[in-house]
Design a protein around this ligand. Sequence first.
Ligand code: HEC
Length: 152
Amino acid sequence: MKTFKKVVFWIFVSFAIIQFIPIDKTNKPIDKSVNFIDVKKSPSKVVTLLKNACYDCHSNETVYPEYAYIAPFSWSVKDHINEGREHLNFSVWNSYNKDLKESMLSKAVQTLKDKSMPLPAYIVYHDDANLSEAERTVLVKYFEEILKTKSY
Ligand code: HEC
């Protein structure tokens, strides 16, 4: 029992200490000349869906949820955001070359269809990101149209 209490005590202390290792939550400013929804003049329905379901991890307009203030969950959130932005960052869209844009849009269509995006764990805490079939179709059609007309 004594050992058990010690273990609990040290888990508690470690948890308290890691709270002093925060994540950087500053968003870079938005440059409208390269921001996807500005450059493409996306319809408001598309903008809403992208902002609700994708922008937290794939843009510089991240809105951090409350659990992102508690370590170690905060570290995992930040990892997803860094990785998400590396794969596709809508805020710097026009800085990508044509090949990259084409590949990102095709992958976006793919991930929407196979439901691997938005990340399933994210949907649990974000009702708005739980896209219906119809909402997925809106985004898929929008991306497919850009691909078809090569107007990336
Ligand atoms: C909670 C964070 C999060 C959200 C929300 C999110 N993504 Fe992602 N996304 C990631 C991460 C992390 C990766 C890289 C790892 C992976 O592919 O699973 C990624 C990868 C991708 C990729 C690249 C896949 C590849 O094969 O290279 C695409 C495209 C993508 N996401 C599209 C979207 C779209 C479209 C939405 C909105 C409908 C969205 N994501 C929402 C975190 C997120």
